[in-house]
Design a protein around this ligand. Sequence first.
Ligand code: SAM
Length: 284
Amino acid sequence: MELWYTEMHTENAKLSMKVKEQLFSEESEFQKVDVFDTYEFGRLLTIDGLVMVTQKDEFVYHDMIVHVAMATNPNIKKALVIGGGDGGTARELTRYNSIEKMDMVEIDELVVRASKEYLPFTAGKLDDPRVNLFFEDGVKFVEDKKGEYDLIIVDSTDPIGPGEGLFSIEFYQNCYDALTENGILINQKESPYYARDAKEMIRADQKIKKIFPIAMTYKYHIPTYPSGLWLFGFASKGLHPIEDLDADKWNGLGLKTKYYNTDLHVGSFALPNYVKEMIENGII
Ligand code: SAM
């Protein structure tokens, strides 16, 4: 008997992966966490039935959520990761000796426990001495922070359930206040392709633009997310991700990456016309 994991991307489109076995399933007060072993994508972590991380394509997401900011500002010392319970974002940040402190605020301890047990390839650096793990709501955590972080990465689920508050204008204002003058905010910004995801992307974009002088969008290709075309937001008080990129300096670090490179860094900010029009006009 064949076992398949299926995620509905819309009412009329879905993605299925053939499953070897289910490894974990538990429900916390926040969400249901499952881990599967799949033939095509290796280990798969889902939250409330939605793909969060797969062993085969997580490198795309975690390269692009971390290295674009780190190559734009080589002086980032204090970082805040909100969400990111699988540990992949923390893993990439700990590769930089310049990082002195990383606060990681994950609302659900269950995600971290499941990731440590079944996703060692993403969760393997959560015990780095620079990582301070807080099992709290990221929305509340930033409320009283002022000028504390050079980088805030919002590695969140979609704007539903506990993730909803991470897409609010108050949250973005609190992130602005929590950042230093050269601070950068990177946020998971959904996708332009399917209507529901595009609506959320536009909503997030319009809120961030009201607060940050520089608010841009960059793209990456991740096969297991709806449509494969997914976006991150880059927002800052002054640093520009292309004008301030020092490619030679980043390349001089000698960090080996499977997806990110400084050419792709620049190219990722070039958007298809239909996406540019969505962002410029604020409509799908
Ligand atoms: N890469 C995934 C994606 O793009 O959907 C997300 C990675 S990670 C698994 C998302 C994390 O955000 C989850 O572990 C979830 O518990 C956490 N999260 C959701 N809402 C949160 C909140 N308000 N504060 C802190 N963490 C939150």
